[in-house]
Design a protein around this ligand. Sequence first.
Ligand SMILES: O=c1[nH]cnc2c1ncn2[C@@H]1O[C@H](CO)[C@@H](O)[C@H]1O
Ligand SMILES: [Zn+2]
Length: 361
Amino acid sequence: MNERLTLDDIRRAPKVLLHDHLDGGLRPETVVDLAREAGYADLPSTDPAALGTWFEEAANSGSLERYLETFSHTVGVMQSAEALTRVAYECAEDLGRDGVVYAEVRFAPELHTRTGLSLEQIVEAVLDGFARGGRDHGIRVGTLVTAMRHQARSMEIAELAVRYRDQGVVGFDIAGAEAGYPPTRHLDAFEYLQRENAHFTIHAGEGFGLPSIWQAIQWCGADRLGHGVRIIDDIELDGDGLPTLGRLASYVRDKRIPLELCPTSNIQTGAAKSIAEHPIGLLRQLDFRVTVNTDNRLMSGTSVSEEFAKLVDAFGYGWDDLQWLTVNAMKSAFISFPERLELINRVIKPGFAELKAEQAD
Ligand SMILES: O=c1[nH]cnc2c1ncn2[C@@H]1O[C@H](CO)[C@@H](O)[C@H]1O
Ligand SMILES: [Zn+2]
């Protein structure tokens, strides 16, 4: 009993992913293909293996701003409807093959207009890829549309989220450099979404700390926190390791506000020192609504299964922990309550039960 779970074991478990960027998850060979087709000449390498390594190393800078510079190459090759559909299709395929049964994948439509596509054409191209890829690979993919926080198009993007809410767009987000661009800069968009009964998450508490988390929740009304890892700054440990939660940390825990934690990405951007020291260990012990995510599979060279495997190694997590994290994620998804319940009761719980029974044999 309780032999350490392997990556192969974990791949077989039904998993849920809430925080994954479409433009951060391309296969290196697809980046090379698309660059050739579009005449994009700025890639640091046209050898897929070398390019994959380049992305990971360049993203390992210790700063969110430098990490984000690597996206110029993925966004650079995602400027046609065909490219967007292909990337979305392959994303669904790769996640399905990793055993993910439900995913919410985000991208910023405003970054894909360079050849004249409208925001609507861009969203429709991505929805098409997710729908077909999902059907072929046994995974449901919901789309989140993201507005860039340093730009001024969040209202337009929020309207897009509402317009396409019955076609597969399940929510809205803001992303990009956090320091200097607080959530309240986009308050009108968030207030509009609230009036429309729409769902949104906000990248907060990654490159900046508690004030950003506080604004995201208490001013903007975020349903979830993208990362939110710096909520740890509002938790004090005494000499015996006993925790005291500040008012904001208590609120986040008690209101069950989901934290979309992304362990490997946090180490690359300097938000955490190592997996073993990652706040997820304590936040899980304190019963926050913790979820585990990839953020950018290409830049972090990771998958949901690999993120779980790292936690298994660092914290000795077993099937019960992984199931708890997965059910947390499913509960926190932006699809309807009956649909979430159905996935929990008919897919996730039976899937884990089977794996646990095998382990007990
Ligand atoms: O961890 C992150 N924090 C903040 N912004 C991010 C992160 N990962 C990606 N993006 C930004 O989101 C855009 C749309 O997907 C990406 O182009 C990137 O600029
Ligand atoms: Zn992110």
